[in-house]
Design a protein around this ligand. Structure first.
Ligand code: AHM
Ligand code: MG
Length: 323
């Protein structure tokens, strides 16, 4: 079986980027081991702090953030990092070529109930010589990503990643402490009859999204002509992983609960990396109106409406928005 470093070398990934990805994995393995220990490691429960998004931080959000931040800012090739749990971007090495953004523990409402969570990361190249504590250097659209991935901490820990050459699955072999290749060249089925959305927000959606979901619920007799199934794990990493394995469509659309926010999910460390993975696996990813990776960020914590998954179903949702 091939190890992650062998696959990266085969894909022609340069030594510097490889060392950045390997450091992300050192932190992720540590997170995986801590999660597996659960209550025994004393890492469950909330802190008394809120992050910049106004969300209460879980102990494990903070621990995971510190693991990733500490190893990455010490990496000579990392100019800086941006994290869901850091108010501002943090400088690494002034000579570093790469910028890493991450959500250290996504789906964190699942931590205390022992359900799936994940780490999401995205790597960009610094385009000029500004320091990594200046967020301007990060403000590039998703097409500029040179690598994107997530680690899903489920019954097994899985790394799913792309460097622009297709999508591979790696499983953490705890006996040797390495991620080994377990599936390559992942392709998302183009059609699906399975959607994932938090239905409790329905009354806050735009009319186009309401109409699409109403038509899904109408089943065979409705305009979409098929009977849909629904899933909602409340963990984007788990939803995207299900879609990579068996197809589907995941949506966290714009809603009017807080008009200052364009959606719940964040562009630079949730929307963009997941979009790169999904597109590299033959799927599609949109705000409902434009491709997520074409959205120009204005701030490191920008939010974005997300519609991603099986290509033909995403195209239907986009068509509802252009009516
Ligand atoms: P988080 O980064 O604070 O964990 O929030 C992101 C998560 C996603 O993983 C998931 O799709 C969504 O929030 C679930 O939201 P909700 O609780 O509204 O269902
Ligand atoms: Mg998140």
């Amino acid at each position: 079986m091939k190890r992650l470093d062998q696959v990266l070398a085969n894909d022609g990934v340069g030594a510097e980027l490889e060392l950045v990805i390997k450091d992300v994995m050192v932190a992720c393995k540590d997170i995986a081991y801590k999660l597996a220990q659960g209550e025994l490691a004393g890492i469950l429960g909330a802190t008394e702090d809120e992050n910049v998004q106004g969300e209460t931080q879980k102990k494990l959000d903070v621990i995971s953030n510190d693991l990733l931040k500490d190893i990455l800012i010490a990496n000579p090739y990392v100019r800086g990092i941006g994290s869901e749990e850091e108010d501002y971007t943090v400088a690494g090495n002034a000579g570093g070529k790469y910028l890493v953004t991450f959500d250290p523990l996504d789906g964190s409402s699942n931590i205390d109930v022992n359900l799936s969570v994940g780490t999401i990361f995205s790597v960009l190249e610094a385009q000029d010589d500004q320091s990594g504590d200046n967020q301007e250097v990060f403000l590039q659209n998703g097409r500029k990503q040179v690598a994107a991935g997530y680690v899903l901490y489920g019954p097994s820990a899985l790394l799913v990643m792309t460097t622009g050459n297709g999508v591979n699955f790696f499983t953490l072999d705890r006996n040797i402490g390495e991620f080994v290749l377990t599936k390559s060249n992942i392709q998302i089925p183009e059609d699906t009859a399975e959607f994932a959305i938090n239905m409790s927000n329905q009354r806050f959606w735009e009319p186009e999204m309401k109409q699409y979901i109403d038509d899904c619920l109408a089943g065979e007799e409705g305009p979409l002509g098929k009977r849909y199934n629904m899933r909602w794990v409340a963990s984007m990493v788990a939803e995207v992983h299900r879609i990579l394995v068996r197809g589907g469509i995941f949506m966290y659309p714009y809603d009017s609960r807080d008009p200052s926010k364009a959606g719940k999910l964040r562009l630079m460390y949730e929307g963009n990396p997941m979009s790169m993975i999904v597109e590299q696996a033959g799927g599609a990813s949109s705000t409902g109106r434009i491709d997520i990776m074409d959205v120009e960020p204005k701030g490191i914590h920008d939010r974005v409406p997300v519609v991603l998954g099986s290509k033909n179903e995403v195209a239907k949702v986009v068509a509802y928005h252009s009516k």
